[in-house]
Design a protein around this ligand. Sequence first.
Ligand SMILES: *Cc1c(COP(=O)(O)O)cnc(C)c1O
Length: 358
Amino acid sequence: MLTFSIEKTDTPTDAKKRAEWLANPVFGRIFTDHMAIIRYSEGKGWHDAKITARKPLSIDPASTVLHYGQEIFEGMKAYRGADGHIKSFRPEANAERFAASARRMGMAVLPEDLFVQAVDELVRIDQDWVPSGEGQSLYLRPFMISNEVFLGVKPSTEYLFIVIGCPVGAYFGSGAVSVWVSEFFTRAAIGGTGEAKCGGNYAGSLVAQAEAKEKGCDQVLFLDARERRYVEEMGGMNIMFVRNDGKIVTPPLGGTILRGITRNSIIRLAADNGIEVLEEPVDIEEVFSGAASGKYTEAFACGTAAVLSPIGKLRRPSGEAVFGNGEPGPIAIKLKKILTDVQSGRAPDKHSWLHDIV
Ligand SMILES: *Cc1c(COP(=O)(O)O)cnc(C)c1O
């Protein structure tokens, strides 16, 4: 634990303005008044923890992150619970994954309790920014950049860890999304960085995401890099399919897929509700023929930002796979309700996933 020095902003957002924003937040465009920041230097370790006004960073043009991209991040949410307390959901899982991402990228590892503490400190000072509407929350973005002033290629000796927050509503609309299957671009290979939550993975996925948009789809689905045959995941969400035997199937974690906390939570809540989830390779040909034959009845994406998004159809150059009638399916709707009920405190928190902040 470190003690955070608290430097409150001199220019807090006007309460009326904030209320207007909170009534209808747009994802990722409006930010709270403060940020948490901790510095790391080799020899000195983690130091200078503070809460300060959210403001632009001053970075040297030779700062390593600008050249070699040592950057990792997390995405998590704080909710205003039914009991009036503000809580985050499984923050220790984000802290653990953040440490794993840092190790993979050769970066300094932030102690997991310090990660949770930094997020809590920010939420505490900006608690008026946590919206209370249905489906609304404060999205939190902890991230770390390398910050040594040096053009040599090696792991940096200096890092900045920062947490910012933005109020959010529903990520996608309420309908089902359409997904483009990327048959050329891949996201991750064995031995690569697919399991790390690093900015570079996103940089490499954006051209495929742009291709998806051009093909009239909302999102992109990546296949394995070796055979381009097995389903991996979307650009920023894991994927699951529902079969007509009532079971769910999702690609196994094997180093190339991000270990989604939503994915893990859904697997456990499905089990609690008598739905079996198989973590098995999913052949894209089987998905297309299974959607046509009725063997694959639903598909959905899962991740913190969107929680759970039903997928109406997959599209690729040779045709489309439509699940059910292309509308959100009953299992996806049911699991979304089960998960969001736990997150909002409407259902009992049997797994002790909620972490009280204020
Ligand atoms: C963050 C992320 C996910 C979802 O993880 P959650 O912990 O559920 O938010 C899935 N895939 C990728 C590539 C991601 O970056």
